[in-house]
Design a protein around this ligand. Structure first.
Ligand code: TXA
Ligand code: MG
Length: 343
């Protein structure tokens, strides 16, 4: 359930904390953010400390309205203005030239800044009451799964984050689409709920994916969005076969699929996340958390369909499955993965 608005005294308390240089967690329509006063470099540094995030990984500045953009960005090109006009408030982040007012602590030393106007009513309440920009990454420790419910933030940070505004479950559940508008050709740096087709209705020349010289997006790090349990992506047709082989040794296996299992198996935790990309995306992080806690030795994820509706989900799954997270010490699993071309 999405809470519409919070009582003003809760918002006032959060604003006071922000003004005092404290960090506050708040809901957005994508994921929960860990916010600090974007004009206060010391407060911004607290975010990096709390998350354990490298200082070179830039944060998004959240503002309440596109008209606040000029304080944070310079020479906003017409493409960015058009995207802002059409999709803000909403799950879109624009990367623009940094205005002098933006502290380098936010941008990780870069000359560009990421800005977003979130649509969640509680985020809007907070930003309006605060009256300035709030720098915020997703409210999770570095490399872990983004929070889509207030309890995820409380579980992760406990007393270290005193204020967690409760805006219910996030409607989208995956991080915003990031579009860089700093080069001649605008590009999607991170896929999200807004698809290339939707964005191209406004900016037809928009390209998918960063070019090789583009600034690094920390979300593209191998460990990002990762559960602790090792995770593999498996084609639908081999799912039961892989499960059978892995559970032969009575080891528990967890599966995230788009259908029900064809064979019953008592060592199996199976989530059927369905075939709708928006619903699958909204539940993805909750489902990965559940499977991560199931005590399984391995999480298998049924490969999701081709097509842009699944771009954001596919991107997060591939990151969760990448690098050290899939390098299992178990020779059986390693061999199996090699067989399946999953190594
Ligand atoms: O939906 C979202 O975007 C959420 C909510 C809280 O707004 N925020 C979020 O923040 O996902 P975070 O820090 O987890 O991811 C922000 C992404 C990072 O991948 C970062 O590299 C990228 O934005 N970013 C920030 N500034 C950038 C810049 N100047 N150039 C390129 N990428 C940038
Ligand atoms: Mg994040």
């Amino acid at each position: 359930m999405v809470t519409a608005r919070l009582p003003q005294d809760e918002i006032d308390q959060a604003v006071e904390a922000l003004r005092a240089g404290e960090v506050v967690a708040f809901p957005t329509e994508t994921v929960y953010g860990l916010g600090a006063d974007a004009s206060n470099p010391d407060a911004v540094r607290k975010i990096f400390e709390l998350k354990g995030r490298p200082a070179t990984h830039p944060l998004i500045v959240h503002i309440d309205h596109p008209r606040a953009l000029e304080r944070w960005a310079l020479n906003v090109p017409p493409t960015a203005a058009a995207l802002a006009e059409k999709f803000w408030p909403g799950p879109l982040t624009l990367v623009l030239r940094r205005a002098p007012a933006v502290d380098l602590a936010i941008t990780g030393g870069q000359d560009t800044v990421a800005v977003r106007v979130p649509g969640h009513p509680v985020a809007q309440q907070l930003l309006r009451a605060f009256g300035s920009g709030i720098a915020a990454p997703s409210a999770n420790r570095y490399g872990r799964i983004s929070p889509t419910r207030p309890e995820h933030v409380r579980d992760e940070f406990g007393a270290e984050v005193q204020i967690v505004l409760d805006g219910g479950d996030c409607k989208i559940g995956l991080e915003s689409t990031i579009v860089s508008c700093v080069d001649t050709v605008p590009r999607i740096l991170r896929p999200g709920a807004l698809t290339l087709t939707q964005l191209r209705t406004v900016v037809p020349e928009l390209q998918a994916g960063p070019d090789s010289g583009a600034p690094r997006v920390p979300g593209s790090d191998a460990k990002h969005y990762a559960p602790r349990t090792s995770l593999s992506i498996v084609p639908s047709r081999t799912l039961e076969e892989v499960v059978a082989q892995l559970t032969e040794h009575r080891e528990k296996i967890a599966v995230l699929a788009m259908r029900t299992p064809r064979v019953a198996n008592k060592y199996l935790t199976w989530i059927n996340a369905g075939r709708r990309a928006d619903v699958y995306g909204r539940e993805l992080y909750v489902n990965l958390r559940t499977l991560d806690k199931s005590g399984a030795k391995e999480i298998l994820v049924e490969e999701v369909p081709a097509g842009e509706a699944w771009d954001a989900v596919r991107d997060r799954l591939h990151r969760a499955a990448s690098a050290e997270n899939v390098v299992s010490g178990d020779p059986d699993i390693a061999a199996l993965r090699a067989d399946l071309g999953q190594d």
